[in-house]
Design a protein around this ligand. Structure first.
Ligand code: FAD
Length: 327
């Protein structure tokens, strides 16, 4: 039997007293969805996060299109079943206990479409940011070069308002197509989505399905040169080992990396999680690292900075761990 015990962030927490209950959910979703969809039990999240840590998703679903996604949302919502949408997992820490719910990945062909129309690009939520930057370059559209080295998807970049090299996602977004918790689909103007630094509140409880982005016509060679210079700058300043990019938001304009560096945190370690020697706002993982290692290191860094400077570092990465309270 399935029972609900307590809440996290106001949401019910499902615990399977019997794994057969998750089997039932997987079977049920498998029957509801089109044959092109994928439904998997106990899919290790370590395969789907760039930190390469995290326990299993009780049920992992790859809907083939919007109709499938509506069905997932409408089956899970009324049952209080938690749903976590993931992109490329490049800003995500899932606990070692995994996710007791349904993880939805927009990975199929339908979700990865990038189509150019004049000075605009339609980008599916599952499209890789690099593919968007390359499509814009090939079409002679500038303004999206900064997406080149961010290893995420359009959906994740919308949710995080990802940014680099002085630009951020919502500077180039015109409208977002999204699905709400009732499975209703709408296209919403970017200005109505309560966008902040590294966060889009308007997507907190909604799923981004895709977005229209806008570029500016420019010579391709110029765009290519800018992409190459961004790439060189990135490789010179960031570690190559598995990470989730910057762990903390910059507090009040001070780069968190500089703060951590000044406080001597480079090289700090908890188990297989280490503060990078290249960039102090990156935690890199070694083989055998666990999500608990990463979490312990995050907490230790926060405590240290609080004690030494009275600054509370807020994680930029999304933490989905039972002990932490989900997102
Ligand atoms: C080496 C490295 C370098 C990085 N450099 C940068 C950088 O320069 N700038 C920067 O901003 N980030 C950077 N990041 C972090 C990360 O790549 C970005 O935040 C990226 O936008 C996350 O996209 P994702 O698809 O991987 O999202 P995920 O990590 O899969 O998810 C992140 C959040 O978005 C939510 N989400 C995912 N898809 C959807 C959707 N379709 N609808 C609604 N919510 C969704 C998830 O639930 C989660 O809360 C870097 C990461 C790495 C590993």
């Amino acid at each position: 039997m399935m029972h609900q015990t307590g809440t996290t962030g106001g949401r019910m927490v499902w615990r399977a007293a019997d794994p057969a209950v998750w089997d039932e959910w997987a079977t049920r979703l498998g029957r509801l969805l089109s044959p092109a969809a994928r439904v998997v039990r106990d899919e290790p999240m370590s395969r789907h996060t760039t930190w390469r840590v995290g326990g299993p998703a009780a049920v992992w679903v790859e809907p083939a299109g919007e109709e499938d996604l509506v069905r997932v949302v409408r089956a899970c919502g009324p049952a209080g079943m938690p749903v976590l949408v993931v992109g490329r997992g490049s800003n995500l820490l899932v606990g070692d206990a995994g996710f007791h719910g349904v993880v939805v990945a927009l990975h199929g062909e339908y979700w990865q479409r990038v189509e150019v129309s004049g000075e605009r690009l339609w980008c599916g939520a599952g499209a890789r940011l690099k593919a968007v930057a390359v499509a814009a370059r090939d079409a002679g559209l500038s303004g999206l070069e900064f997406l080149e080295g961010i290893p995420g998807s359009v959906g994740g970049a919308l949710r995080m308002n990802a940014g680099a090299m002085g630009s951020s996602m919502f500077e180039v977004v015109e409208t977002v197509r999204l699905m709400d918790a009732a499975g209703e689909v709408r296209e919403v103007a970017a200005g109505l989505l309560d966008v902040r630094y590294r966060c889009c509140e308007g997507l907190r409880d909604r799923i981004a399905l895709g977005a229209w982005l806008r570029g500016r016509p420019a010579p391709r060679e110029e765009i290519q040169e800018r992409m190459q210079s961004y790439s060189r700058r990135r490789w010179a300043t960031q570690p190559a080992a598995p990470s989730a990019g910057c762990v903390f938001k910059n507090p009040g304009g001070v780069p968190a990396g500089r703060l951590l560096d000044e406080l001597g945190c480079k090289g700090w370690r908890e188990g297989g999680a280490v503060v990078s020697d290249v960039h102090a706002n990156f935690i890199v993982t070694e083989a055998g690292a666990t999500a608990a290692d990463v979490l312990r290191l995050i907490r230790r860094l926060q405590e240290h900075v609080w004690r030494e400077r009275g600054i509370l570092l807020e994680p930029e990465v999304r933490i989905v761990a039972e002990a932490e309270g989900e997102e």
